[in-house]
Unconditional design. Structure first.
Length: 115
């Protein structure tokens, strides 16, 4: 059974940094494209960043230059380093794994950016 568990969220001041982690199990991790999404109250879930099974990355324009997605296939984990955080980055952050037509979501980790 595929399972994703996010961690690393919390409360941070504007301009601060956080590193989110997503630990995967029950899957051949290296075969999967990995995504970070976020959802703020009253909004739709939105793509933040993606890293392919081959390590290619892409980012939403709102986080480009501030966030970095990475993966460790030996640890079956994907990370999101978030720098220069802004209040508008406040959201529930989700990890998502996809291979062909199969996908799995984590339960989310809350990030709150506030003074």
């Amino acid at each position: 059974q595929v399972q994703l568990v996010e961690s690393g969220g919390g409360l941070v001041q504007p301009g601060g940094s956080l590193r989110l982690s997503c630990a995967a199990s029950g899957m051949i991790f290296s075969f999967y494209d990995m995504y970070w999404y976020r959802q703020a109250p009253g909004t739709q879930r939105a793509l933040v960043a993606v890293i392919s099974s081959r390590g290619f990355t892409n980012y939403s324009n709102s986080v480009k230059g501030r966030f970095t997605i990475s993966r460790d296939n030996g640890q079956d984990a994907v990370y999101l380093q978030m720098n220069s955080l802004r209040p508008e980055d406040t959201a529930l952050y989700y990890c998502y794994a996809r291979r062909q037509n199969n996908g799995c979501w984590g339960q989310g980790t809350q990030v709150t950016v506030s003074a």
